[in-house]
Design a protein around this ligand. Structure first.
Ligand code: 13P
Length: 256
């Protein structure tokens, strides 16, 4: 069995008007290709989440957020809670992105709290993990991945693991135009599957393992065809409707 989730992480791009234009394009594609089996998700900035939620209601397009706070409400200036996002139609929330880990000093303990809170609200966390170039060059890639998974997934059981999406995003491949090679992605994803099944049991075979890092319409075929790759978390190329939809089309070829 191979499922696919193609997710666009728009990061801090697009105002409300631009978001709506982009979603119009993607929705057009999704509606025209009514037999699509891949899940398709867009994660616009917070300011566009409500408007996009209105547009995609009762369609197959899914809506995600790029971050959240784990408390339900209260005096947390500048934060957004999970129920607030859910009200707007959000089903998936990205956590642990390397940009949040490095620029905003988000640590594993906070990421774990967010992950558990998202599951409590019955939404889907997309947990991002990945090594820096230094760590890879020092041969520490798998140690880093294990360390992140152990800490970020603390408290999960063999029953809850399948509700989590994991995105392997090597930090050095993000926004650089230099994707990991097919061999590097295959090794990392085989390792992740093996590790998760060893730790959580059989249900971990159903966890979506996404690849992220300079994924585009040009290398989508090479990467999405890998056995343990269940889709992509796409930055730059998800801001162009035609590139994003071309990646969706490629994903369709590899759904079994
Ligand atoms: P790019 O596709 O722009 O490299 O970004 C990847 C990413 O960070 C997705 O979360």
């Amino acid at each position: 069995m191979k499922n696919m989730l193609i997710a666009g992480n728009w990061k801090m791009n697009t105002n409300v008007f631009e978001s709506q234009k982009l979603v119009e394009y993607i929705l057009g594609f999704v509606k025209t290709n009514a037999t699509l089996k891949s899940k398709v998700l867009v994660c616009p900035p917070f300011t566009s989440v409500y408007a996009i939620g209105q547009m995609i209601e009762n369609t197959k397009l899914l809506l995600g957020a790029q971050n959240c706070y784990y408390e339900e409400k209260g005096a947390f200036t500048g934060e957004i809670s999970i129920p607030m996002l859910e009200y707007c139609g959000v089903s998936h929330i990205i956590i642990g992105h390397s940009e949040r880990r490095s620029y905003f000093k988000e640590e594993d303990e906070i990421i774990n709290k967010k992950l558990l809170a998202i599951l409590e609200y019955n939404l889907t966390p997309i947990l991002c993990i990945g090594e820096t170039l230094d760590e890879r060059n020092q041969g520490k890639t798998f140690d880093i991945l294990i360390n992140q998974l152990d800490k970020d997934l603390a408290g999960l059981t063999g029953d809850t693991i399948e509700r989590v999406v994991i995105a392997y995003e090597p930090v050095w491949a993000i926004g650089t135009g230099i994707s990991a090679t097919r061999e590097q992605v295959q090794k990392a994803h085989d390792f992740l599957r093996h590790f998760l099944v060893g730790k959580f049991g059989e249900k971990a075979n159903r966890v979506y393992l996404l690849y992220g890092g300079s994924l585009s319409e040009k290398n989508a075929d090479e990467i999405l065809s890998i056995e343990n790759v269940n889709g992509g978390l796409i930055g730059g190329a998800s801001l162009k409707g035609d590139s994003f939809c071309s990646i969706i089309q490629t994903a369709e070829k590899y759904i079994i």
